[in-house]
Design a protein around this ligand. Structure first.
Ligand SMILES: NC(=O)c1ccc[n+]([C@@H]2O[C@H](COP(=O)([O-])OP(=O)(O)OC[C@H]3O[C@@H](n4cnc5c(N)ncnc54)[C@H](OP(=O)(O)O)[C@@H]3O)[C@@H](O)[C@H]2O)c1
Length: 329
């Protein structure tokens, strides 16, 4: 079927406004530039970065201009420059996901095998990529050598969230003993992901990140906002360890540099996701083999994208929040 000239999309035209700032519009279908592909969208997943951009936290860099069609984790069918293949793509910079068609950089677009649904595919790029990069930054390797020379005891905070639920599974795949934190209602869920020990962050032990088996951690994937460095440092092993932090606070970069120049054994390493195609391919491959599962908190059709947005802003998702372009109204 020929690509139409216009499409339904959800956009915002200024900073702030939350879910109510999103407007349903009819706009021209975007044209792919050199190095981009045009996707007929099947699903997009919302990440906290999407509404943080709307709040102006990355101004003046993102969004590039208003009106802006948000959301960068995409799954769809290639309709231009292509063969009708159904890829997964990451378009953090350009957004565009809350629409019937979106352009994505070909360099960050990977094939989606039939075993991986469009919904699962859309969930993987930012959250799965962040989980993988966090663990690598904390010294974990995925070539089977972690147990021998690398970290052995991992802590994953906010293990029930989009990033955390992938991080628990990846840390187990790397052969680590995993302690994880989450809210009381998600303890069984996080245990089901493979965590060896689960702490309810509402208890004193959970707030102190204290392992029930008195382990100290040599690799921490911190996915919870607002956990101060001293609290994380206190639970690192005496002979050293790294806290890879996907929610770094003000001053984290300076702390990290000071630790480097003083050769500190206990390190804080802030992470800013830099999507990589080969990592996306590896994650999709794990999903195809059933080794990396995606938990979907909730699904919404494009007509209810504001509800999906509000749900993400509440910060209590268990797994991922998805907007499906062909979803039931
Ligand atoms: N730097 C980067 O490049 C980058 C990339 C990706 C994500 N991030 C950031 O990483 C954070 C996590 O992202 P996400 O997608 O995983 O978010 P998310 O899916 O919205 O996380 C929500 C989950 O976190 C749990 N949670 C919140 N605070 C917690 C705490 N103190 N201890 C234990 N669990 C807690 C919540 O549990 P309850 O409902 O029980 O409270 C909920 O299940 C966000 O701040 C995001 O912006 C940064």
């Amino acid at each position: 079927m020929a690509t139409p000239r216009t499409m339904r999309a959800v956009q915002y035209d200024k900073y702030g406004g939350g879910a109510e700032g999103l407007k349903h519009v009819e706009v021209p279908v975007p044209s792919p530039k050199k190095g981009e592909v045009l996707l007929k969208m099947e699903a997009a997943s919302i990440n906290p970065i999407d509404w943080k951009i709307q709040k102006g936290m990355l101004r003046p860099f993102l969004p590039g201009k208003f009106p802006f069609t948000p959301v960068g984790d995409l799954a769809g069918e290639v309709v231009e420059l292509g063969s009708g293949s159904r890829p997964v793509a990451c378009a953090v910079q350009s957004g565009g996901g809350l629409a019937e068609y979106a352009v994505a950089p070909a360099s960050l677009t990977v094939a989606r095998p039939p075993e991986v649904s469009a919904v699962e595919g859309a969930c993987l790029p930012a959250a799965g990529g962040s989980a993988l990069q966090l663990l690598k930054l904390a010294g974990v390797s995925f070539d089977g050598t972690s147990g021998a020379t690398g970290p052995k005891n991992a802590l994953v905070t906010a293990a029930s969230g989009g990033v955390g639920h992938y991080a628990v599974q990846l840390a187990k795949l790397a052969g680590l003993h995993v302690t994880a934190t989450c809210g009381a209602r998600n303890v069984d869920f996080v245990r089901g992901l493979g965590a060896d020990e689960v702490l309810d962050y509402g208890t004193p032990e959970g707030a102190a990140l204290r392992s029930p088996s008195s382990r100290r951690y040599d690799a921490v994937a911190n996915c919870a906002a607002g956990v101060p460095w001293p609290a994380l440092k206190a639970v690192l092993a005496d002979d050293g360890g790294t806290v890879a932090d996907v929610t770094p606070g003000v001053g984290a970069a300076l702390t990290s540099i000071l630790q480097k120049v003083t050769f500190a054994k206990k390190r804080l390493a802030p992470l800013m996701l830099a999507p990589r195609r080969e990592e996306m391919e590896w994650l999709v491959g794990l999903a195809r083999q059933g080794k990396l599962r995606t938990t979907v908190d909730s699904r919404y059709p494009l007509s209810r994208a504001q509800e999906a947005w509000a749900k993400s802003m509440e910060g209590h998702a268990t797994g991922k929040i998805v907007v499906e372009m062909g979803g039931a109204e």
